[in-house]
Design a protein around this ligand. Structure first.
Ligand code: ARG
Length: 663
């Protein structure tokens, strides 16, 4: 049973008399939390203090009144009021044993099905195609997949949607590259690699010309900045010191911009082949833009090439998705919305939501649905008639609400696009999509050990495929070492080791990503993520394999035992504190799933799984299982171990991570 939820339900009516008019109990019920120290019970309610303040009453007295009024004793021992007015709750041992037995027999492990299932679209992964996937795509793919799995498990109607960037400006670059720089043999042999090379070439050359054009301006900025530092008053007092530091920082930034530009220029100037190309294509950026415009205008050749490029690019993406075990329910790429964009802009203009501004069409939102200011203007049609990223997102809203019936639209996209999605949501509201909840499930950046965005040594972005390969190679070394060190000798053959390494490697990468608060940046560390101890997938996978090992050693068939125990109304015996703690922890699975999905935070679930694996270690150490004092106790402990393994497998499964019977 979700005891936290039960405690909230039981306390709710008892709080009513103390609430100020127009407020609800919810914020106070949120102050019921799992106890930090088991010595004080299982849960602690801290609402008496703020309520007493409002009522101007002694908090302990109020706490006692609330405890007396709430119906608790069928679930909890008589609660204690402690300190300034904390209420300590301890689940009754008989109730805990009975509820754990129920949980052990339940296929859903106590997780309820949503009473009012919603239709939820989850936009995740959504890479720009024709560029290989890189480490930047990891978080959206992994977090999005977990969000989808959790919501589906709760019984919602979920549509995981890949909003592929299959229509953007990168195609103009590729088209230009294909027409001018293509190596036909390479293209025939491996189109995706050749297209990626063409993209990089065009990108590098246009960066080169842009940097050259910008250089005089950058130089002027540095000059100005230096002068400002020179003219600054001497750092006599604090304010002057602060001002000087600020100016110096600005000068440094300006200087770094020049350095970056010069580096780009030198890279080409020092390479005769590239230099020749660069000189031959001075207007490459504009030319690439023209190719995009032609594609969008329906030019037959560009359209034909686009149709030729797409399938191999999608196949390359699929390789990565298969490996990660990630699936989408729908793929509505940007190109899908193309025929709808003109109407979107017209409609917004007609309704007076959008306006013309210097030839472009913009929406000025000012505030988002929650009242937070939104920077603007939000451009939905450029002066040359081209539609934008945002126009497509507005068409997506209309499609997902009208055609798919979306009650909620989630966007699992990095935090730098926050303003963009605030504008999408604000415009959609004004457009009349008021019953749909739009949520940007945002996340931070993957950093290298140097705390800068994760790059290769030479400064290139890291391809996702090579990252996955490296994870498996490293996992293989660890798995092999562990297997070699087993007291009775190695258990796995080479093929089994490979299979285990694939699960450990993928699991390690995913778990490390999911275990961090999604909004923070996190440092990518191989050693940490593949460690066999600590908050890692590997540790959880080992806990699972350990349970399977107990059953193997005792020659007990897990499924048969559970079936027999369930049909005979078997009991759970809680004879030891570690056993009791294990049982309580298992009952908290529903709470963990609920809390993880509340604001789409998979790290709530990883924290829970870590606590569960730790509780299992403590239980396993304190309580002999196969050698328990009685047959009844042995069965009860086997069932506890089995349920733990099922909770770990289900929890990891919701994160898209596999478990193994043996490793
Ligand atoms: N393709 C975009 C990018 O790579 C992400 C798309 C996110 N989803 C959306 N509906 N805008 O930045």
């Amino acid at each position: 049973m979700d005891f936290l939820d039960a405690a909230r339900t039981r306390f709710a009516p008892a709080l009513a008399p103390y609430l100020a008019e127009g407020t609800t109990a919810a914020e106070f019920l949120d102050l019921i939390r799992p106890a930090k120290d088991p010595q004080f019970g299982d849960f602690q309610a801290n609402f008496a203090m703020p309520l007493a303040k409002r009522a101007q009453r002694p908090p302990r007295e109020l706490a006692a009144e609330i405890v007396a009024a709430a119906e608790l004793t069928d679930l909890f021992d008589p609660p204690e009021v402690a300190g300034p007015g904390f209420i300590n709750l301890r689940v009754r041992d008989d109730v805990l044993a009975a509820e754990t037995a129920k949980l052990a027999a339940d296929e859903r492990l106590g997780v309820p099905v949503a009473e009012a299932p919603q239709t939820i679209t989850v936009d995740f992964s959504s890479p720009n195609v024709a560029k290989p996937m890189h480490v930047g795509h990891l978080r959206t793919t992994v977090i999005g997949d977990a969000v989808v799995r959790i919501l589906k498990f709760q019984g919602h109607h979920v549509i995981g949607d890949n909003h592929l960037g299959d229509w953007g400006t990168q195609f103009g670059m590729i088209l230009y590259g294909y027409k001018n720089f293509r190596n036909e043999a390479a293209y025939q042999a491996d189109p995706v690699t050749e297209l990626a090379r063409l993209y990089r070439t065009v990108n590098t050359l246009s960066d080169y010309h842009a940097a050259k054009k910008k250089l005089p301006k950058l130089e002027a900025a540095v000059e100005k900045s230096r002068q400002a530092v020179a003219d600054a008053p001497p750092p006599a007092d604090k304010a002057a010191k602060k001002q000087r530091a600020k100016l110096e920082a600005e000068a440094k930034t300006a200087f770094e911009a020049i350095e970056a530009a010069e580096k780009k220029i030198a890279a080409i100037d020092s390479d005769p082949t590239l230099k020749k190309l660069a000189d031959a294509h001075p207007e490459i950026a504009a030319a690439a833009r023209k190719e995009t415009a032609k594609l969008h205008a329906g030019d037959a050749e560009n359209r034909r090439l686009w149709e030729e490029f797409l399938p191999p690019c999608l196949a390359a993406l699929q390789v990565i998705y298969d490996r990660l075990g990630v699936q989408h329910d729908a793929v509505y790429g940007e190109s899908f919305y193309q025929p709808m964009l003109a109407d979107v802009v017209d409609e917004l203009l007609t309704r007076g939501i959008a306006e013309e501004s210097d030839g472009a069409v913009v929406v000025r939102n000012n505030v988002d649905p929650a009242g937070k200011p939104v920077p603007g203007p939000f451009v939905i049609r450029k002066g040359d008639g081209a539609f934008l990223y945002g126009t497509t997102d507005l068409a997506t809203v209309k499609h997902h609400v009208d055609e798919l019936g979306a009650d909620v639209m989630l966007y699992v996209v990095d935090s730098r696009q926050g303003d963009h999605f605030a504008n999408v949501a604000a415009t959609a509201r004004r457009w009349g999509f008021t019953d749909t909840d739009f949520r940007h499930v945002s996340f931070g950046t993957v950093m290298g050990e140097d705390r800068k965005p994760f790059k290769t040594r030479s400064g290139d972005t890291i391809g996702l495929e090579s990252l996955l390969d490296e994870a498996v190679e490293r996992a293989l070394a660890i798995v092999s070492e562990n297997d070699d060190a087993k007291p009775d000798g190695p258990e796995l053959d080479a093929a089994e080791r490979r299979a285990v390494a694939e699960a450990v490697g993928m699991g390690g990468i995913k778990y490390a990503d999911l275990a961090h608060n999604r909004e923070s940046d996190y440092v990518f560390s191989w050693d940490k993520m593949l460690s066999t101890t600590g908050n890692t997938a590997t540790y959880m996978q080992y806990a699972h394999a350990r349970v399977c090992g107990i059953f193997r050693r005792g020659s007990v068939d897990r499924n048969a035992l559970r079936a027999e125990w369930t049909s005979g109304n078997g009991e759970i015996l809680l004879t030891d504190p570690a056993e009791r703690a294990m049982a309580l922890q298992l009952n908290r699975f529903a709470e963990a799933v609920r809390e993880a999905s509340r604001d789409h935070r998979p790290n709530v679930l990883t924290d829970y799984l870590f606590e569960t694996a730790k509780a299992f270690s403590a239980f396993f150490e304190a309580c002999p299982v196969l050698k328990a004092e009685s047959e009844e106790l042995k069965t009860s402990r086997l069932i506890l171990a089995d349920t733990t393994a099922r909770v770990v497998a289900a929890g990891l499964g919701l994160l898209g991570i596999r478990v193994l019977e043996r490793m």
